[in-house]
Design a protein around this ligand. Sequence first.
Ligand code: 13P
Ligand code: ZN
Length: 261
Amino acid sequence: MSLFDQMPGLADFATTAHWLSLRGWSEGAGGNMSVRLEHPFDARPGEEIDLPVHVPHLAGMSIMFTGSGTRARETALHPARDIGVYQIGADGKSYAWLAGNQKPTIELPAHCAIHNALAKHRPEDRAIMHTHPANLIALCHDPKLGDGAKISDTILRLQSEALLHLPEGIGYVPHQFPGSLDLGLASAKLVDRHRLVLWHMHGCLATGKDLATAFDYMEYFEKCAGIYWALRAAGINPVGMSDEDIKKTLIHFGQLDRYRP
Ligand code: 13P
Ligand code: ZN
């Protein structure tokens, strides 16, 4: 057994991958995850590879990424095979492999840009999870919804606890190519405020202190989206909680200052 096989962080990846698979959110090799480690991982770095984005807030850090093409249903069983740990260069302009899987997700530029923003604005949030939940992607197809503000306002009022978990609402990135730096840069701009970012007709990205917590946020949003589609399928126009009830609830739980409709 290597040092990497015994890393405690692998369990969070394995459990989350298991649930991504059970939920049917990560079809095939869809989706990817990463976690910034609190302490550098001790291993001799491989070749330095240039990053497409400068990430000064990640300089010298070790980050775990799922491998490109890995399946959540298999990562749950073989985390040390499917996950790799990498070190960001001291100048924040390169990365190098340290241990485990050696082919990081194609969304590495996005994960790096987003981690850089998190390290600056929400350093306690170390985990990023991207996946493809059908009810969320379907929201991007609804001409009644449109941008993130409208989606947040319509969807998060459909269950009385959703806004307590996500009072800042959902960020939204219009179409960008999967794996592109533009997708990452647009998302990075939103994560100082939003725990979730919906990628137009692609999937959703969640952040949290660990992957299990990021998964929770995704579940709250997906639950509301499921309610939305159930109501629409029944011919009911989803109206949800009144503004007054939302305000009273947020005041009761001390969350009003985080709410920006
Ligand atoms: P990877 O298998 O390279 O992580 O790509 C999956 C994906 O969902 C890209 O957005
Ligand atoms: Zn994807």
